[in-house]
Design a protein. Structure first.
Length: 252
């Protein structure tokens, strides 16, 4: 059976976007990696936040083989995924003002830590206020977003600003308004979103840059191994014990 034409077009679109972010965001990826390396080398902690489907890319760098053990998910109840019922509640909570401040004030994040905030549009109150409050607390903020939204849509935050306006480093995913990359004459709506593929790649590239930066300083990155390879559990147990004060997904 021959390849679906639309499936092939999706791969082509995703590959083109990946090549674009590699070429156009390389300096920002390096800068984000350096910020993470600075914090890790200084004994700080790492946090990642994303709402809705943006949370997928945040979860992709937390507690996984080949990832930094000290990267933690900053979870906001009701917005982490589509498991909340109704699923539309998550989208509604993104627009609630004051929620980000309450979450940060009760989180273990503190001055000197890094918070990576992922929001495709960057226009809702939650990611904007998360960035504003995090910087006020002394955290370094890395934003992963599509700058196109700031150029072509209006902010839903009272300030009129976007996530990108409150970050120390911005990684632009280059995703077009609406996210989808495919259309078809017989299908009324556009389809096949590519933001998860591209954003996850940006996140992993950033972490690779951080590992390289640490290695150049002679600092061993606190990496986890797969629990499905011999010796993996023992390795991870040692890394988690050595970094237990910086890990919050294992204990309170």
């Amino acid at each position: 059976m021959s390849e679906s034409k639309l499936a092939g077009r999706f791969f082509d679109a995703a590959i083109d976007l990946l090549a674009r972010v590699r070429n156009e965001e390389s300096e920002n990826i390096t800068a984000a990696g350096a910020a993470i390396a600075d914090t890790v080398a200084a004994g700080g902690r790492l946090f990642a936040f994303g709402a809705g489907h943006s949370s997928l890319a945040a979860q992709d760098v937390v507690y996984r083989a080949g990832g930094f053990a000290v990267m933690n998910l900053l979870a906001v109840p009701g917005v982490v995924g589509v498991d909340v019922i109704p699923a539309t509640l998550g989208s509604a909570l993104e627009r609630v003002e004051g929620l980000a401040g309450a979450v940060l004030d009760t989180s273990p994040a503190k001055s000197g830590d890094v918070l990576v905030i992922i929001s495709l549009s960057g226009r809702n109150a939650l990611p904007v206020e998360m960035a504003v409050n995090a910087r006020a607390l002394g955290l370094k903020v890395i934003g992963v977003t599509s700058v196109a939204y700031a150029e072509e849509t209006r902010s839903r935050h009272v300030s009129g600003s976007f996530l990108k306006d409150h970050c120390d480093v911005v990684l632009d995913s280059k995703i077009a308004i609406g996210d989808t990359v495919l259309t078809h004459d017989a299908i009324e709506a556009p389809f096949s979103p590519a933001s998860t593929v591209v954003t996850s790649a940006l996140m992993q590239a950033m972490m690779a840059a951080a590992a390289e930066n640490l290695a150049e300083r002679g600092v061993e990155p606190p990496l986890l191994r797969s629990g499905n390879v011999d010796g993996g559990h023992e390795w991870n147990g040692r890394v988690m014990t050595e970094n237990r004060e910086r890990i919050f997904y294992r204990h309170g």
